[in-house]
Design a protein around this ligand. Structure first.
Ligand SMILES: Nc1nc2c(ncn2[C@@H]2O[C@H](COP(=O)(O)OP(=O)(O)OP(=O)(O)O)[C@@H](O)[C@H]2O)c(=O)[nH]1
Ligand SMILES: *[C@@H]1O[C@H](CO)[C@@H](O)[C@H](O)[C@H]1NC(C)=O
Ligand SMILES: *[C@@H]1O[C@H](CO)[C@@H](O)[C@H](O)[C@H]1NC(C)=O
Ligand SMILES: CC(=O)N[C@H]1CO[C@H](CO)[C@@H](O)[C@@H]1O
Ligand SMILES: [Mg+2]
Length: 733
């Protein structure tokens, strides 16, 4: 059949250097995401091994995995940067991105999810859904990425299959489809029963070194353990019923042809139906295994190819608008010592070739793509062309940054825009730019100083490179002190950046104390009038502004600031004038009146602007800013501080000391849950009180506790704490 022929052709071609051909239907672009330490990298490593990509099994704990290749990753045993690897599994080509689990690197996950077609969520089966799992799950939902769940670490004595399933249902509000049940648990975990094909798969660990490549498969009818058989039959019946509820086509088939015996439904029909409900995101298939003990990874690979979408199964208008013209999204930039900036691109339509000029729509520039590579972790294979659906690495793009859309030329973008506009008349919203990646606001900042002034230029270069790689790093210069300020997502984020500047750029920098990025808002409504009179040279500028500021409801505005014009004022103003007023207001929002932090949750109403002829727009902006400051001072300033949600898992014996410590940190304990011998403390704590917490917690619990932290909300500081903060920061300056 033509299908098989094309597969064979693909295999043949993939051995020819420089040619990289793969059919759309056979590509899977997927990501692996989870809470920190769930086993993403270990699972990826097993996949690479079973696919024949690597000849030996790497280990996170030994620091020799393929995807964790940065020194910092190998030393710490955690993933920091997402890494892309391409490999073949049976007839399919899989482009896989391993993502970090630590909350400081959430942007890495967001970028990966933006360009993926499907995801595998990995869980520690003894912990179920953890804090960061929830965050990445919400990100996947936002990008409409279908998922498969993999309950890893089934070998742990405390692994609990039903508990994990329940937590997926409760915490993720997802609809789990059990496609497997485990055989044994803890040390006795040996394999799984696949409910779709009705087969048992057992990994017989003949020796300690057993790599899990071989496993024994037998039909359920030949399984000796009657209890297990019964459990599997019940679970299969439940699965069939569940799928029938979600998929009409399957339900109809079941009722017309198999009404006597639902169980007789062919596996392939069940599999097709599971695929449909997964792609429609009505449910998520759940599998289990133990990556570390080499069990259950091959069925996971089969599930990826069977249930997750091919690139053309994701809906995207752009593919239609660009027809066969190139359209690609830059989702990551890394700097390579030899090659300069490398840009990761997901190709949505058309073909990409080296030695061509491409157009960057966002920057409105033409760039030259010199070479094209396929990312095999930290090794790259050069190719002569790459088609839609694939992930490529481009060399030579000097200005492209994360989130940019790359097309073949300005003309092709214009042609796509015409097609989009024709569609728009039919009522769809059109943009020929791929929506980029949302970058979270940094919560921490600190000053950074080079060892000598002579190194300042080198440091600036290093920071420019790092910023292009990592949009969650922001660099600014303090207008008062002239110091360079690093703004980042957390302590670990800043620590890793500091380390990279030292190792990769050879600059020993000094970091100032880590500070929290507060926000400001106003307490009451207040109005103010301000007049500015100035004679500059021949010209006299006179302007008077009256405006009113008021607090807006946090929830409805999402913390955004607003600007409105009174009817009368609006009628008298030209567009340029409104622009000048807007500038003045925005610059006041940028630096609040109390401590100069960004303002949120304030709306401003411009009541009148009167001026003498000849007054410049810059004077209008300046007058508006002054008037804003006056009004906001009158309205009473309020500091908002980032409050984190904290989860601490601690051995029962150390619970009281952890709680005592939290009380001193202005922490509010929301709940304490039991998990085997451990207690799980759920609390909210101001970020300012959490610096160095990992060290303190380690001491408090003799190393017997773990925690995770993420931004919950910005909350008003009480007057007493606000006063001491203002005094402290004023004293610092
Ligand atoms: N018992 C057991 N331990 C495992 C299993 N899989 C991974 N681990 C261990 O769990 C730890 C974390 O594994 P990683 O693969 O680095 O986890 P990760 O999800 O990539 O972690 P981050 O990238 O830092 O978020 C390591 O010590 C692994 O050896 C498993 O199936 N069973
Ligand atoms: C697994 O978790 C469930 C709660 O979901 C609990 O009832 C059961 O006892 C647990 N099993 C084991 C072996 O701990
Ligand atoms: C494993 O199986 C053995 C023999 O069937 C049993 O004695 C033991 O309790 C089991 N261990 C666990 C952790 O279930
Ligand atoms: C959170 C944590 O690491 N808890 C461990 C503390 O030590 C006991 C006994 O060694 C373990 O059972 C806990 O899991
Ligand atoms: Mg990892």
């Amino acid at each position: 059949c033509s299908f098989r022929a094309s597969c064979q052709m693909k295999r043949y071609y993939s051995f020819l250097p420089g040619v990289f051909l793969c059919l759309f239907k056979l590509i899977r672009n997927i990501g692996i995401m989870a809470h920190i330490d769930a086993g993403k990298t270990t699972t990826t490593e097993r996949m690479l091994y079973y696919s024949g990509f690597t000849r030996s099994l790497g280990d996170v704990d030994d620091g020799d995995t393929v995807t964790d290749f940065m020194v910092q990753e190998r030393e710490r045993g955690i993933t920091i940067q997402s890494a892309t690897v391409t490999f073949d599994w049976k007839t399919h080509r899989i482009n896989l991105i391993d993502t970090p689990g630590h909350v400081d690197f959430t942007l890495e996950v967001e970028r990966a999810l933006r360009v993926l077609d499907g995801a595998v969520a990995v869980f520690d089966a003894s912990a179920g859904v953890e804090a960061q799992t929830l965050t990445v799950w919400r990100q996947a939902e936002k990008h409409h990425v279908p998922c498969i769940c993999f309950l890893n670490k089934m070998d742990k004595p405390s692994a609990n299959f039903s508990f994990s399933i329940e937590s997926i249902r409760q915490k993720l509000k997802a609809n789990p489809l059990l496609l497997q049940i485990p055989v044994g648990v803890g040390r006795n975990f040996t394999g799984v029963i696949d409910l779709v094909s009705n087969q048992q798969m057992i990994w017989k660990a003949a020796s300690r070194e057993d790599d899990g490549r071989g496993f024994e498969t037998k039909p359920l009818s030949q399984v000796e353990n009657p209890g297990l058989v019964q459990e599997a039959e019940e679970a299969r019946a439940a699965l069939i019923e569940q799928v029938a509820d979600l998929d009409d086509e399957f339900a109809e088939l079941l009722l017309t042809d198999f009404s006597d015996d639902f169980d007789a439904i062919p596996s392939v029909k069940l599999q097709e139906a599971v695929r449909r409900v997964t792609l429609a995101q009505k449910a998520v298939p759940v599998l289990c295994g133990s990556s570390l003990k080499n069990k259950g990874v091959q069925p996971l690979l089969d599930a990826i190819t069977a249930y997750l979408p091919a690139p053309d199964e994701r809906h995207n208008d752009l593919v239609r608008w660009y027809k066969d013209d190139l359209c690609a999204l830059a989702f990551k930039v890394v700097h390579d010592k030899q090659r300069g900036p490398l840009v990761f691109l997901r190709i949505y339509s058309g073909t990409m070739k080296p030695q061509t000029a491409v157009h960057n729509i966002n920057r409105n520039t033409v760039e030259r793509l010199s070479r094209l590579l396929v990312p095999f972790a930290d090794q790259h294979v050069e190719i002569s062309s790459l088609t839609a659906g694939n992930i490529a690495l481009a060399v030579g793009l000097k200005q492209t940054v994360t989130g940019d859309t790359i097309v073949s030329s300005k003309a092709s973008a214009a042609a796509a825009a015409r097609r989009a506009n024709q569609d728009q008349e039919l009522g769809t919203k059109a943009s020929v730019i791929l929506s980029g990646v949302e970058v979270p606001e940094p919560v921490f900042f600190c000053s950074i100083e080079p060892p000598t002034m002579a190194k300042q230029a080198d440091l600036e270069h290093a920071l420019n490179c790092l910023q292009r790689e990592d949009p969650s790093l922001k660099v600014r210069v303090d207008p008062d002190s002239g110091q360079t300020i690093l703004c980042g997502m957390g302590e670990l984020h800043i620590e890793i950046l500091h380390d990279r500047i030292r190792r990769e750029y050879g600059i020993e920098t000094h970091l100032g104390p880590l500070q929290v990025a507060y926000r400001e808002t106003v307490l009451n409504q207040a109005s103010a009038t301000e007049t500015l009179e100035r004679t500059l040279g021949e010209r006299r500028h006179v302007v008077t502004v009256t405006l009113e500021v008021s607090p807006v409801d946090e929830v409805s505005s999402g913390g955004a600031c607003g600007l409105t014009f009174d009817e009368e004022a609006e009628r008298q103003m030209s567009a340029e004038m409104k622009g000048a007023v807007d500038n003045g207001v925005q610059s006041s929002y940028f630096q609040g009146p109390l401590l100069g932090y960004p303002v949120q949750g304030v709306s401003t109403a411009i009541q009148s602007v009167s001026l003498e002829p000849g007054t410049s727009l810059a004077m209008v902006s300046a007058c508006v800013s002054r008037c804003m400051l006056k009004a906001m001072r009158q309205a009473g300033g309020q500091i908002l501080e980032p409050v984190m949600s904290l989860e601490v898992t601690v051995w029962e014996a150390h619970l009281s000391s952890v709680l005592g410590d939290l009380a001193q940190r202005r922490g509010a304990v929301r709940d304490i849950q039991s998990r085997h011998d451990n207690k799980l403390v759920l609390a909210t704590v101001p970020l300012a009180e959490m610096m160095g917490y990992s060290t303190v917690l380690r001491t408090l619990s003799s190393g017997n506790a773990t925690f995770s932290l993420q931004l919950d909300s910005y909350e008003a500081m009480n007057p007493q704490h606000q006063r001491s903060l203002v005094q402290r920061l004023a004293g610092l300056a």
